[in-house]
Design a protein around this ligand. Structure first.
Ligand SMILES: *Cc1c(COP(=O)(O)O)cnc(C)c1O
Length: 423
């Protein structure tokens, strides 16, 4: 391969998405590779927050039904805009809650232990919040998590095998909760196959899309996924604590949710204020209370960028960036014991790369001191996410070369090999 810096610039010149970088607040003296933990602020998002703030300022209570983005319909409107990113129908989608609260809502709605089918199947690599939520839902139904939560094992601590997941789909499983993309290795699970086999065995299946929405295309409706949930502050750049989302397959719509509130109502009935709930016939039924309008606001701007760029173009560039990163690591860092624990094949590689090294914590601190923002994951992982909408090939080149210098000069030894409060 051509490992010169000039070549990285050529790649940037040929990048069809290179115009989008100027839509973001990108720091000129830093290289931000943490967009899968917290995406950068775009100018569109900033503008959309100000627009909604202004509707509060000028319209007060009438902001619910007037202005550019009437707040009463905003969750549905943003929900519709998730459709092209997820391959879902507008009525199957809603902006609401957070990843964890949405998982609670969906388990309260879809985990209905009956007869032999009483267990929940998850995996041992998923993010802890999902596991905590599953355990509390089991306890609420009177089951012990030790007996009723089954976690598919990973052979190597990084990846899951579809056949192991399928083997674990025994007749006592009621619901499966799995991530679309594993938050460490970045492996994409075969959502289509998992859904197909789960349904053959009478199991309901839901996916956590935190690390895939905005990074890879999905076909939720085509695959027949029962439900999904996600946050919007990672690849979707919705800002800290921005409102998440729920997908519910149309075959399940029209039912009362497990956790109801007045925002679960059919919109035209909500202000009848009756004590008998008429649930919305859309995924809107999975809302509970008043939407967090100011935390939805950034999404009206940032989702515009995704529609202008198109998720397929984003995916194409993302794979080029991670291919380039892998190749440079393999060419430049051969003298140091870095292990790339992300899939090489495109089909199962998500939007980030995971490097392991026993001094990962101090190497991440040395990178930060050099203006490169990675993500450390305890105990020994360096997560690097070159994001298609705002990172460049030259930044990837500079990252690998900075990493090489840090290793050559042993600069990481100046830092303690422990994590900070947030890592
Ligand atoms: C980021 C992430 C979360 C975070 O949950 P919140 O409720 O948004 O704090 C949960 N699960 C996974 C897999 C994640 O990647």
């Amino acid at each position: 391969m051509n490992t010169s810096r000039e070549y990285s610039r050529v790649l940037d010149q040929h990048d069809s998405l290179n115009n989008f970088r100027k839509e973001f607040y990108v720091s000129t003296d830093k290289i931000y590779l943490d967009g899968n933990s917290l995406g950068l602020l775009s100018k569109r998002s900033e503008k959309s927050v100000l627009t909604i703030l202004d509707s509060w300022k000028t319209l007060a209570i009438d902001g619910w039904t007037e202005g550019k983005h009437p707040w009463f319909y905003l969750s549905e409107k943003i929900g519709n805009q998730f459709a092209s990113l997820l391959g879902g129908k507008p009525e199957e989608l809603i902006a609401t809650g957070s990843t964890t609260t949405n998982l609670h809502q969906l388990l309260a709605s879809f985990y209905k232990p009956k007869g032999k089918k009483t267990k929940i199947l998850a995996d041992e690599l998923n993010f802890p919040s999902d596991i905590y939520a599953i355990k509390s839902q089991l306890l609420l139904k009177g089951y012990l998590p030790d007996e009723h939560l089954v976690q598919v094992k990973s052979k190597d601590g990084h990846f899951l095998e579809t056949k192991d997941i399928i083997t674990a789909m025994t007749e006592d499983i009621a619901v499966i909760i799995l991530p679309s993309v594993l938050y460490r290795s970045g492996q994409i699970l075969d959502m289509q196959k998992i859904t197909q086999v789960a349904h053959e065995r009478g199991i309901v299946v839901g996916f956590d899309l935190c690390h895939s929405i905005g990074s890879i295309p999905h076909e939720l409706s085509k695959w027949g996924v029962d439900f999904a949930f996600w946050c919007t502050y990672k690849h979707l750049n919705g800002g800290p604590g921005s409102v998440g989302g729920i997908y519910v397959n149309e075959k399940h719509l029209g039912q009362e949710p497990g956790l109801s509130g007045w925002f679960s109502s059919a919109k035209e009935k909500q202000f009848d204020l009756e004590h008998e709930l008429t649930p919305a016939k859309t995924a809107g039924a999975y809302q509970i209370g008043t939407p967090h309008v100011l935390s939805i606001a950034p999404l009206t701007g940032s989702l515009e960028l995704f529609h202008e760029a198109g998720i397929n173009a984003i995916r194409k560039k993302s794979l080029q960036l991670t291919d380039y990163l892998i190749e440079l690591v393999e060419n430049e860092l051969t003298d140091y014991p870095f292990e790339i624990t992300s899939p090489r094949d495109h089909v199962s590689r998500g939007g980030h790369i995971y490097l392991i090294h026993q001094h990962a914590a101090s190497i991440c601190k040395a990178l930060k001191a050099s203006g490169i923002i990675p993500d450390f994951r305890s105990p020994n992982g360096i997560r690097l996410a070159p994001v298609a909408l705002y990172n460049t090939f030259e930044e990837v080149w500079r990252t690998v070369h900075t990493l090489k210098k840090i290793m050559e000069e042993e600069r990481y030894k100046k830092f303690e090999n422990t994590r900070g409060v947030i890592a």
